[in-house]
Write a protein that binds this ligand. Structure first.
Ligand code: NAD
Ligand code: TYD
Length: 351
């Protein structure tokens, strides 16, 4: 079946993997990548598919109502896969309003336009909202987040994502629109902007710069290979029942300090350094305000209902990720020049 899909945030980390997957796997679909190209958006992430006949890039802001209306009128999409967001917790602590604007207001703009544009054919259209496990708050030492866990966000980022999730459900329940939500754990892989833990640590170790560990490094995250996430989105988009929610995770919990030590050891080998050399860069810094202790996803529903399981192990994924950053020096240099230098020059003080 031919479909036109607007993918928002397609120039970002996860979005670029989703766009690539849909463009390559579904030659009959038309994929429109709508992205504002903030500091986190980068068309270099999509160089390999930019000339494909079923792909088109449109620069624009989801907060701009008039623009979103015009885009829907011009493209007449059958579906939206919504990834555009401000995505970094530390930046949300410094600048919460940006997160309310893009993550809440931007999402409601898209929903509203879709509601009007798709009136009378909600059964033939779909609004897929990509969200995070951070909406569930924090876990103690035990337990996992399921789709039934109550929302309890703590950071301005997770509060804004929780708000957007509630609006998506409200549009399903109030207007009868077809919506689907997935809540995913921390992703890692290629094209990840080096403000997040794994790419930041790889970059800093490579450059012989301090690797900042917040607090004691005892916080736990559940890491998921980004291409496994893109595959889960594909499976859910095509098979989920209207109004359903799925958690996506890799069953792969790591204490931050253990993960950073592992990266140091991998990079010692790859960079020809003596074992233990890179670990000397580990620097404990002031903890993040409101730092959630532990995230862990129970992805049983996705496995049982739609057959999705992670495709690769963390060892394989981390090795591939480190190799990718070492092989793509130009990409890394480009994204860490200019604004990035300014942002991180007074680093560790904003939390
Ligand atoms: P990212 O920061 O790498 O990319 C976000 C993209 O959105 C960028 O290309 C940016 O230019 C675009 N964007 C931002 N504001 C916009 C606006 N107003 N209008 C149009 N485009 C805009 O983020 P990511 O890590 O790829 O995350 C993608 C989605 O997945 C987000 O919704 C995020 O909340 C969610 N998520 C991310 C993770 C993770 O580990 N990275 C985990 C779970 C969920
Ligand atoms: P991050 O990659 O920002 O993702 P999130 O906050 O959305 O989980 O951070 C992952 C974990 O790593 C989190 O516990 C905070 C910690 N962290 C550090 O210790 N040092 C860093 O420089 C960064 C960016 C994160």
């Amino acid at each position: 079946m031919k479909k036109k899909i607007i993918i928002t945030g397609g120039a970002g980390f996860i979005g670029s993997h989703v766009v690539r997957r849909f463009v390559k796997n579904y030659p009959d679909y038309s994929i429109v990548n709508l992205d504002k190209l903030t500091y986190a958006g980068n068309l270099a992430n999509l160089k390999d598919i930019e000339n494909e006949p079923n792909y088109k890039f449109v620069k624009g802001d989801i907060v701009d109502i008039a623009f979103i209306n015009e885009l829907f009128a011009a493209e007449n999409p059958d579906a939206v896969i919504h990834l555009a967001a401000e995505s970094h917790v530390d930046r949300s602590i410094t600048n919460p309003l940006d997160f309310v604007m893009t993550n809440v207001v931007g999402t409601v703009n898209l929903l509203n336009t879709a509601r009007e544009h798709w009136k009378g054919r909600y059964d033939k259209t779909r609004f897929y909202h990509v969200s995070t496990d951070e909406v569930y708050g924090t876990l103690g030492e035990d337990g996992m987040f399921t789709e039934e866990t109550a929302y309890d966000p703590h950071s301005p980022y997770s509060a804004s994502k929780a708000g957007s999730d509630h609006f998506v459900r409200a549009y399903q329940d109030t207007y009868g629109m077809d919506t689907v939500i997935s809540n995913c754990s921390n992703n890692y892989g290629s094209f990840h902007f080096p403000e997040k833990l794994i790419p930041l640590a790889i970059n800093n170790i490579k450059q012989n710069r301090p690797v900042p560990v917040y607090g004691k490094g005892e916080n736990i995250r559940d890491w998921l290979w980004v291409e496994d996430h893109a595959r889960a989105i594909d499976v859910i988009f095509h098979n989920a029942k209207s109004g359903s929610t799925y958690n996506i995770g890799g069953h792969n919990e790591w204490k931050n300090i253990d993960l950073i030590r592992l990266l140091c050891s991998i990079l010692d080998k790859k960079l020809g350094r003596a074992e233990g050399e890179s670990a000397k860069l580990i620097t404990f810094v002031t903890d993040r305000a409101g730092h959630d202790l532990r995230y862990a996803i129970d992805a049983t529903k996705l496995k049982n209902e739609l057959g999705w399981v992670p495709g690769i192990t963390f060892e394989e994924g981390l090795e591939k990720t480190v190799d990718w950053y070492l092989a793509n020096e130009e990409w890394l240099n480009d994204v860490t020049s200019g604004h990035y230098q300014q942002y991180y020059s007074g680093q560790y003080n904003d939390r």
